[in-house]
Design a protein around this ligand. Structure first.
Ligand SMILES: [Zn+2]
Length: 503
């Protein structure tokens, strides 16, 4: 110690005494102490160590304010502590943070700055709480909502510091969570906003395997609503689609065969996520069949499946839903058996053969027929599915189309707004017999889009038809080619007739 420093002799005397005391404690005979004495020694040692860590804060403050690290070429106080004391970076960072929160700092003019955590700092100086307690208090205080008044902040810190005097740092964290809720009884405002912003349910694109990825974040309320549904419907053994004897319906019902459920549960090899999936399916089916959702654009809210008579006969491929999805035909037929979806079967010309549905609504027939026939918005290129369209009158074409058939079809609101008599308005008509798609709704493009104004139909919802038409065309052409090939080839001399089956 430099003797020219004020108080230097005093500090040196203290350190000598401290070192002497600690060194003596290393060698003192503990055998003469009772168990209670040992406990008390532990506690008093801890108190001294806590005080010592508070004393350490003073030294860190002093070192920093004197800019000693800079004078010694260190990048930071942490850097300085690591180099000077050979402590770990984590330890150095912890000590610097502790000093920042509980140390007594000074402004540039030498005046005292308010201690950031005054109550915790005082408790640490008294040796009642340690560095971990102070860190726990600091962590909670960082989360105090913005806009909390100074008085409330002061009181909150005092409550936490007082609590810290009788509990562990972990318990300080728990008490702090309650305190934060109290400080903000309307909910954690910034976090609530954040939760509102982040909530979402993303229904991904249906893959080529017809599976659809979902992702997103449920808000706490939605989770609260979902959990009991899953708890009930996703119980092992319940609603197992792979097990025809698995009980369906109300698991609490008197009529439910407990024995059968226990056996079904034992057979149930589904994972928890698979059971959740099946439960959600059951819940959605129940919601739709309950009718609570009423109607949407003139039809009961339900799944609407449309398929051609060929698809039903062959039971292969996938059928369209009115909302633009695809369902394998076997699944569609199984769904239709349960009568929940509306099943519309159409012949090759889009004429309805069968309109089956859970609930009969005469006024809905027309819309249903249009959904099956048009599949969605009829404007060329628009891919809006049928569920987002409305039934609109088709403007008669000026040359006069057939007037004896239903003069209505589907269009989404945006596209329907394009149909009007004013400048830039589109015209629509029913495609006449002999055209490419008779009976379908044709849109007459504006001259700047097509100078010839050749009527167009929307193929987006008829890709299957388009594909089968293209295939038929291809087969026909190939057949013609083969015939031609054989004819020419068989005329060629020197060839064996047995080779005449062609390539
Ligand atoms: Zn449209």
């Amino acid at each position: 110690m430099h003797s020219n420093r004020v108080g230097g002799d005093t500090v040196e005397a203290r350190l000598t005494a401290l070192d002497t005391a600690v060194t003596a404690l290393l060698d003192d005979d503990l055998t003469g102490l009772s168990n209670d004495d040992i406990v008390e020694v532990l506690q008093r040692m801890e108190t001294s160590l806590r005080k010592a860590s508070a004393a350490g804060h003073r030294l860190i403050v002093e070192t920093t304010e004197r800019r000693i690290p800079e004078h010694l070429g260190c990048r930071s106080i942490t850097d300085f502590l690591i180099g000077t004391l050979r402590i770990s970076a984590a330890d150095a960072a912890r000590r610097v943070k502790g000093a920042k929160k509980a140390g007594s700092w000074h402004a540039a003019d030498g005046g005292d700055m308010p201690v950031e955590l005054p109550a915790a700092a005082a408790a640490q100086r008294a040796g009642v709480i340690g560095a971990d307690h102070v860190a726990a208090v600091a962590k909670i205080m960082r989360k105090v909502p913005h806009g909390t008044g100074f008085d409330e902040i002061t009181v909150a810190e005092k409550i936490l510091a007082d609590a810290a005097c009788s509990v562990t740092p972990e318990e300080v964290a728990k008490i702090g969570a309650h305190l934060l809720a109290y400080l903000n009884p309307d909910g954690d405002v910034p976090d609530e906003k954040e939760r509102r912003r982040r909530r979402g349910l993303r229904i991904g694109k249906q893959g080529t395997d017809l599976m659809t990825p979902i992702s997103g974040l449920l808000d706490p309320e939605t989770r609260t609503l979902l959990e009991p549904v899953l708890a009930k419907l996703a119980r092992p053994g319940m609603n197992n689609p792979d097990d025809p004897e698995s009980p369906r319906g109300d698991v609490e019902s008197e009529d439910l065969d407990r024995d059968a459920l226990a056996k079904a549960a034992a057979r149930d090899t589904r994972t928890a996520v698979q059971r959740n999936h099946d439960a959600l399916k059951v819940a959605l089916r129940q919601v739709l069949s309950s009718g609570v959702l009423g109607s949407h654009r003139g039809l009961p809210v339900t799944a609407i499946l449309t398929m051609s008579v060929t698809q039903v006969e062959e039971a292969t491929g996938a059928v369209s839903t009115a909302s633009g999805g695809l369902v394998p035909i076997r699944d569609a037929l199984r769904m239709a058996e349960k009568a929940h979806p509306v099943l519309a079967i159409f012949d090759h010309h889009g004429r309805p053969l069968h309109l089956g549905r859970a609930k009969r609504l005469a006024s809905a027939d027309q819309r249903l027929a249009l959904i099956a026939a048009s599949g969605g918005c009829t404007r060329p290129g628009c891919d809006t599915p049928a569920t987002l369209t409305a039934v609109h009158h088709i403007t008669e074409w000026r040359d006069g189309g057939p007037t004896d058939i239903t003069n209505k079809d589907l269009a989404c609101d945006a596209c329907h707004a394009l149909v009007h008599d004013g400048p830039g308005g589109w015209e629509t008509r029913v495609a006449p017999a002999g055209s490419e798609c008779p009976g379908r709704t044709e849109w007459i493009p504006l001259p700047h889009i097509d100078p010839e104004q050749k009527p167009r139909v929307n193929h987006r919802h008829h890709l299957g038809d388009l594909l089968s038409a293209a295939l038929a065309h291809y087969h026909a052409r190939r057949e013609t080619e083969l015939r031609e090939y054989r004819r020419r080839w068989l005329r060629e001399p020197g060839r064996e007739a047995s080779d005449g089956d062609g390539p």
